[in-house]
Design a protein around this ligand. Structure first.
Ligand SMILES: Cc1cc2nc3c(=O)[nH]c(=O)nc-3n(C[C@H](O)[C@H](O)[C@H](O)COP(=O)(O)OP(=O)(O)OC[C@H]3O[C@@H](n4cnc5c(N)ncnc54)[C@H](O)[C@@H]3O)c2cc1C
Length: 210
């Protein structure tokens, strides 16, 4: 039996060149009569972080839309994809297509929990049976966009996701808690770790909810 389990992988592939400075410009601009050039002379990262902390406390959150992060996500389950795409405002998604791409020998996510070793083996067998069913359908002329209907919720997808800090903040508030599935909580935590690793000082402004 071939097991094609795929682990979740997320990387930050693109982002604003200087997120903190960009948001600081946006915030200062709200109260500044002079132009951008003069403003720039007064910039320091420390002052920017202090200002942005206040802006965040005041819920002047549109400032945090002035940022950009693009993630490459591999090995996400289709069920988690459905949860992710409920986040509509400030999010852009480009998802690997089951309609156009052939999904024979598809990879999938292992379940978070099994009640026995036998049940785990049964799960792998079930995936193998679905794979056979899918291949047989294609071999008999069923189009990919119809055969795909048999693919399980645990099928892995790859996708590119772009977003900003305001949308991420809302995502972290909603998706970090224990009431969520382990998979989307992993996505949430990984997004946070990648963002604060790239933009030093951001963790002082937006703290991870739990
Ligand atoms: C623990 C948990 C369980 C869930 N269970 C289910 C479930 O069983 N079934 C289900 O269907 N969904 C479920 N959801 C999804 C949930 O209802 C939201 O769709 C999802 O969390 C996206 O949140 P959001 O709307 O804040 O995000 P976004 O779509 O990104 O919206 C961001 C913000 O914009 C504003 N906004 C967006 N659209 C509107 C609008 N039309 N009108 C006014 N303001 C708007 C709101 O302030 C919103 O918070 C669940 C979510 C969680 C966290």
């Amino acid at each position: 039996m071939t097991q094609k389990i795929k682990e979740l992988q997320i990387e930050l592939i693109n982002s604003s060149p200087n997120t903190i400075k960009g948001m600081w410009f946006a915030a200062r601009n709200c109260y500044e009569r002079e132009g951008l050039k003069k403003l720039e002379l007064t910039y320091t990262p420390e002052k920017a972080i202090d200002l942005l902390k206040n802006v965040y406390k005041l819920s002047h959150l549109s400032i945090f839309e002035q940022s950009f992060y693009q993630f490459n996500i591999n090995g996400l389950s289709r069920s988690c994809l459905a949860q992710m795409t409920r986040h509509r405002i400030g999010w852009s998604y480009a998802v690997q297509s089951q309609h156009f791409q052939k999904h024979d020998d598809f990879s999938y996510k292992s379940l978070e929990q099994y009640y026995s070793d036998q049940q785990e083996m049964n799960y792998f067998q079930l995936m193998e049976d679905i794979n056979k069913f899918y291949k047989d359908a294609l071999a008999h002329g069923i189009p990919r966009y119809i055969a795909r209907e048999v693919l399980p919720n645990s099928t892995s997808v790859n996708m590119i996701v772009s977003t900003n800090l305001r949308a991420l903040d809302n995502f972290w508030k909603l998706r970090s808690g224990k009431e969520n599935t382990p998979e989307i909580r992993k996505v949430s935590r990984k997004f946070y770790n990648l963002v604060i690793e790239k933009d030093k000082g951001l963790e002082e402004i937006i703290r991870y909810p739990c």
